[in-house]
Design a protein around this ligand. Structure first.
Ligand code: ASP
Length: 306
């Protein structure tokens, strides 16, 4: 049985010289746990959609990443979460934006896909759908961490007038998988960008920008400066290159990342092909990332030289 699972926990200025060792260890542990959860499903013959959701849920619950608990704060110090999930076989997709109370937004995205005729729900409508679906609700305080509050304060003091976090650490989480039957899936979840204007929606929940899956070519999850990823349509563009130009997933990812960089966008992508081939590509110093395959020891990495 062959299967492949790739995850990311954001790209950015992650460098050995500035990364506290405890953080390095904790992030690697969290990524290993997420890979293990998804891999157990794939190894048991389960589907890529379940594996992606399981891996993303664990990363959402871990405060080290910018998704679910530990998400970054808006300019008003509030939480607005975005997420998407897509199934490559049917090209069904579900997404939510600016949700405030669902513990695991990726599962809400899946509920939109499976239990509504829609693709994207936003704000109070998405929160209300979440309650109707009986997904776990938490007080918005549950998502807040001291670190994110301090980051927002520091950014507002330092980068007054700058559109985004000058620190450039994107901590969005995502997963892509190819299961033993060749079915692809992609999922992405985020708090967005530190200090974002309230109501702002990034690339993560936009199908074709931050998230895309199509069994005819590949599945993609992105992280980075969302506005650029939206303008390029990064996830779909990578899939289109693989499908029409027959490029290997790594070459397609590098080409689209270069195009994004040329417009001024920073970040990274993970890609899995319909043949199980795997790639990541990023134009930042580091990216939290990991890959696991049938019968092979999982690999997790942070820095650009790993
Ligand atoms: N891409 C996300 C956004 O723009 C941010 C991230 O990757 O951390 O909302």
């Amino acid at each position: 049985m062959t299967w492949t699972l790739i995850i990311h926990g954001g790209a950015g200025r992650m460098e050995r010289s500035t990364m506290p060792i405890e953080r390095d260890v904790a992030v690697r542990q969290a990524m290993n746990d997420a890979l293990a959860a998804g891999s157990a499903i794939l190894d048991g013959g389960g589907c890529s959609l379940d594996a992606v959701e399981a891996a993303v849920r664990l990363l959402e619950d871990d405060p080290h990443f910018n998704a679910g608990r530990g998400a970054v704060l808006t300019e008003h110090g509030t939480i607005e979460l975005d997420a998407a999930i897509m199934e490559g076989t049917t090209r069904r997709a579900g997404a939510v934006a600016s949700v405030t109370r669902t513990r695991n937004p990726v599962s809400l995205a899946r509920a939109v896909m499976e239990h509504s005729p829609h693709v994207i729900l936003i704000g109070p409508g998405a929160d209300s759908f979440s309650r109707a679906q009986e997904l776990e609700q938490v007080d918005p305080e549950w998502f807040h961490t001291k670190e994110r509050t301090e980051q927002l304060r520091a950014m507002q003091a330092r980068d007054r007038g700058a559109p985004f976090d000058g620190d450039v650490k994107f901590g969005t989480v995502g997963a892509v998988a190819c299961d033993s039957q060749g079915r692809l899936a992609a999922g992405t979840s985020t708090g967005g960008l530190t200090g974002k204007r309230f109501g702002r929606v990034g690339d993560s929940p936009l199908i074709g920008a931050g998230t895309y899956a199509d069994d005819r070519c590949c599945a993609v999850s992105a992280t980075g400066s969302g506005e650029f990823y939206i303008r390029i349509g990064v996830a779909h563009e990578i899939c289109a290159r693989v499908r029409f130009l027959k490029e290997p997933v790594g070459r397609a990812a590098d080409a689209v990342q270069a195009e994004t960089k040329a417009l001024g966008g920073d970040g990274g992508v993970i890609v899995v092909g319909a043949d199980g081939s795997a790639a990541w590509s990023f134009n930042t110093p580091g990216m939290f990332r990991g890959v696991s395959r049938a019968g092979v020891v999982p690999v997790v990495a942070i820095y650009g030289d790993e």
